[in-house]
Each structure stands twice: as structure tokens, then as C-alpha cells.
Design a protein around this ligand. Structure first.
Ligand code: GDP
Ligand code: IMO
Ligand code: MG
Length: 422
């Protein structure tokens, strides 16, 4: 079985967790390759709701899970999440790559301090220490899971790194550090004892599974437009949510992934700062936010709401080369008199059908819309033919404009509320 990757095509929270759960039924191994507990992936099965931050959503189906080299791990969150799964009677078949980075107390405090110092210019991060952790990786002063799993090495790293971080917090930001060398050694020694058993080489595991023709599923976190290079910089995360991120985030060659599913909402949302061309405000936004329960899975922040943005989806397709699209949350648009899709942007006399690279140019863009007649979804949907013609027209337009076949339509949070068009 060739490997499949699931990628967020917008600003994150597209419903990747639900779509990964859909594919995980047939998967034998599910791997995360980027980000940390800035992610929040929701899977709803009957009356059970799972919110994953680190562990791949394939855990609900009891599948073998890998947390690969490109991720950032907060050990306390990891321990909590393992316990959440085990409490439901499921076993965690988990491996963590020795190369994954550890989020340390200084990363979290520096994330908050830097946001505060930026004032109005803040990114609106999740405050989970992601940016400072990846910055340390690039500066070659990160602590990797293989260091963390060996207490002697862990203590030595903490003694080497923490004093400089305390100085930075105190001298640069004028704050009191919330940790000391001793408190960190004590706290992390406990975490290390609990998690060391998961230490593994996930690159080898994933590659060998693909060689053995196993069904391998790769779960992206965040979304295309939060990519550190290609997103709306600087309003981005610090990892690479693009499909290409999986190659270096796992350690695999370019021809290993055969299918790439782009996940997009039938509209669009964003949490945190940065341009959002199709953003809607006022009562319509409030209505959709309420209906779609658009509050962050990780931070609980209200998500900003807007119409579906086709320049974004075309650009996301160019960068990820989607083989198929999963359109989620169609039910949230149900009952609207009118539904809109942004077909291009205009800035002065310039028209863009893809997202411009300069975030300042993007911020000046105005959306050009095509309007659709609204639709009401019937209470029971069992096939594509049950969808109202107006909804089909809208979806066909999205498919035509992105040149990617829509193969999954999600019309509710629950696992069964999914149309499989494969
Ligand atoms: P992710 O980060 O991409 O996995 O997405 P999140 O889990 O953060 O946010 C998606 C939210 O929408 C979750 O609360 C899901 O349970 C929910 N959801 C997913 N698909 C649908 C859908 O088709 N309809 C509705 N109403 N909710 C959905
Ligand atoms: P999932 O995987 C939505 C956003 C933050 C902020 C920016 C940088 O659930 O789709 P960070 O804490 O990463 O330094 O914040 O990125 N962000 C997300 N938005 N979904 C996510 O993950 C996100 N992860 C980060 O809101 O704007
Ligand atoms: Mg999310």
C-alpha cells in the first residue's frame, strides 16, 4: 500500500483529525511529522470526543503511532495524552523518534515574553513554546528526545543551557524566570523515567513499513498558510506543515508518498494574527462561529471566520500537489441564504489568482467573490445524491477552480457524518 499524507490546506483546524481517523481505519501505522502541542486534532466517535495535541489521531483506531523527528514534544502534555487514551481502555502503540525536540520551561516562558514585548504586532501564538523550541533547534542548542531519555545527558544539557536562558529572561525581558536549573532537573527527571521507553528510530519504522507495503498514513499538523517559509510570514508557526515537511520531518525520500489529501473547510477560519482576506465580522461571523463551534481546540480562543478562499486553495495545491480534497463542515453553511467563494484578490489594479508572497501586499488585497444560492442539508444524508443541488453546484465550483477532485465531504463532527467518494 502506498503512503498517504493528510495536509491542512488553510490556516489549520480544517478537520484533519477527523479525516485522519477516516483513513486510519485501513492504516497500519500513523505518523506525525511536524509541530507540537500547538496542534489540537479532534475525533468524534459516537459519544466519545478525543482531542489530540501530540499523538496521531490514528490512536483512536488503536493503530501503531509514530511521533517523528520534526516534532516538538512537551513531555507533560505527552504523559497526559497517553493517560487520556489508556483511560478509554485503548493501548498506546507509540514510538517517539530520538531526534524530536523537547519543549523546555524556558521555551514556554520566552514564547509568552516575546509575544508580550511585540504588543500589537504579536503573532498570537498558542503560547506553548513552539517558536523558541524550533529556534533553538536551528541554533543547535535544542534538547532532543534521545538526550532527554538518558538522565545523565539530560541533566548535563539542562546545566549547560538553562543559565543562559535565565539570563535572557531576566536581562532582555526584565522578568523573573519561572524555573531554575534544579527545578527543571527534578521535574524532567520524572518525565524522562515515564517516557524513555518510547525512544525509537521512527524514520526507520516508517520507511520499513512502506517497504513492507504496509498502509502508512502521515498526519500533518497546522495548515499550509502557517508554514514557516510559505505561510503568511511572520504570522506563521515555526515548523513546516507543507507535504514537503514530511520528508525532512520523518526522514524519507521524495517518491515515498503516493497520495496527498488536502483538507479544507467549506469556509475558512484562522486563529491568531495575520492577514485573512475573506474574513467576515459581525452577526454572520458570530452565527457561523457558533454553529461550527469555532473555538480553538488547544487554547479555546474564538476563531476568526471567513468565506472559502480559492486563491489559497490553488496555491496550497501548487505547494502540496494534492491528489484529492476533503471538504469539511459543509453542515455549518446549511441554512444560509447566500454562500460565497473568493475567486481572486485585487490590490490596486493588480489581480491575483494565487496568494502573493509578500505578506504586506497580501494584507492590502481585497476579495472578489462569486455568490451562490444557499442550501439546506436534509436531516439524513447517505450518499452524494442526497445533497441539495445548490450544495453540489458550490462543491463542483470549488473542485473546478482548484483542479483537485473532492473525494470526501464531511457534514458533521461525528465519524459517520462523512461521504466517501473514493
Ligand atoms: P484539526 O486541527 O484540523 O484536526 O481540526 P480541529 O479538531 O482543531 O477543528 C475542527 C473542529 O471541527 C473539531 O471540533 C471537529 O470535531 C469539528 N468538525 C470536523 N469536521 C466537521 C464537520 O464536517 N462538521 C462539523 N460541524 N464539525 C466538524
Ligand atoms: P492544528 O494542527 C490553528 C497558529 C497560532 C498562531 C501561529 C503561531 O490544530 O491545525 P505557534 O504557537 O505555533 O507558534 O503559533 O500559528 N497555530 C494554529 N492555528 N491550528 C493549529 O494547529 C495551530 N497551530 C498553531 O494560532 O497564529
Ligand atoms: Mg486544530
Amino acid at each position: 500500500m502506498p503512503a498517504r499524507i493528510v495536509i491542512g490546506a488553510q490556516y489549520g483546524d480544517e478537520g484533519k483529525g477527523k479525516i485522519v481517523d477516516f483513513f486510519a481505519e485501513k492504516a497500519e501505522l500513523v505518523a506525525r511529522f511536524n509541530g507540537g502541542n500547538n496542534a489540537g486534532h479532534t475525533v468524534v466517535v459516537g459519544k466519545e470526543t478525543f482531542k489530540f495535541h501530540l499523538i496521531p489521531s490514528g490512536a483512536v483506531q488503536g493503530k501503531e503511532c509514530c511521533i517523528c523527528a520534526g516534532t516538538a514534544i512537551d513531555p507533560a502534555v505527552m504523559i497526559e495524552e497517553i493517560s487520556m487514551i489508556e483511560k478509554t481502555g485503548r493501548k498506546t502503540k507509540l514510538s517517539i523518534d530520538g531526534r524530536a525536540q523537547i519543549i523546555m520551561p524556558w521555551h514556554k516562558q520566552l514564547d509568552g515574553a516575546s509575544e508580550q514585548a511585540k504588543g500589537k504586532q504579536k503573532i498570537g501564538t498558542t503560547g506553548r513554546g513552539i517558536g523558541p523550541c524550533y529556534a533553538d533547534r536551528a541554533a543547535r542548542q535544542g534538547i532532543r528526545f534521545c538526550d532527554f531519555a538518558d538522565k545523565k545527558r539530560l541533566d548535563a544539557k539542562i546545566k549547560e543551557i538553562a543559565p543562559t536562558k535565565i539570563k535572557e529572561i531576566e536581562k532582555v525581558y526584565g522578568l523573573k524566570s519561572e524555573f531554575s536549573v534544579e527545578s527543571t532537573i527534578k521535574e524532567f527527571s520524572k518525565y524522562s523515567s515515564e517516557l524513555a521507553k518510547y525512544l525509537s528510530d521512527c524514520s526507520e519504522k516508517v520507511n520499513e513499513s512502506i517497504d513492507a507495503k504496509k498502509n502508512v498514513l502521515l498526519e500533518g499538523a497546522q495548515g499550509t498558510f502557517l508554514d514557516n517559509d510559505f505561510g503568511t510570514y511572520p504570522f506563521v508557526t515555526s515548523s513546516h506543515p507543507l507535504a514537503g515537511g514530511a520528508l525532512v520531518g520523518i526522514g524519507m525520500g521524495i517518491n515515498r508518498i503516493s497520495y496527498c489529501t488536502g483538507v479544507a473547510k467549506a469556509y475558512c477560519t484562522r486563529v491568531g494574527s495575520g492577514p485573512f482576506i475573506t474574513e467576515i465580522e459581525g452577526s454572520l461571523a458570530d452565527q457561523l462561529r457558533k454553529k461550527g463551534a469555532e473555538f480553538g481546540t488547544t487554547t479555546g480562543r474564538p476563531r476568526r471566520i471567513g468565506w472559502i478562499d480559492l486563491p489559497m486553495l490553488r496555491t496550497a495545491h501548487m505547494w502540496n500537489n494534492f491528489t484529492d480534497l476533503a471538504i469539511t463542515k459543509l453542515d455549518v453553511l446549511s441554512g444560509q441564504k447566500e454562500v460565497k467563494a473568493c475567486i481572486s484578490y485585487k490590490a490596486g489594479s493588480k489581480v491575483f489568482d494565487k496568494v502573493p508572497y509578500d505578506t504586506e501586499v497580501l494584507a492590502k488585497c481585497k476579495p472578489e467573490y462569486k455568490s451562490f444560492k444557499g442550501f439546506e442539508l436534509p436531516p439524513k444524508i447517505s450518499s452524494f445524491d442526497d445533497l441539495p443541488q445548490e450544495a453540489i453546484d458550490f462543491l463542483r465550483f470549488v473542485q473546478g477552480e482548484t483542479s483537485v477532485p473532492i473525494k470526501i465531504i464531511s457534514y458533521g463532527a461525528e465519524r459517520m457524518q462523512t461521504l466517501d467518494l473514493f
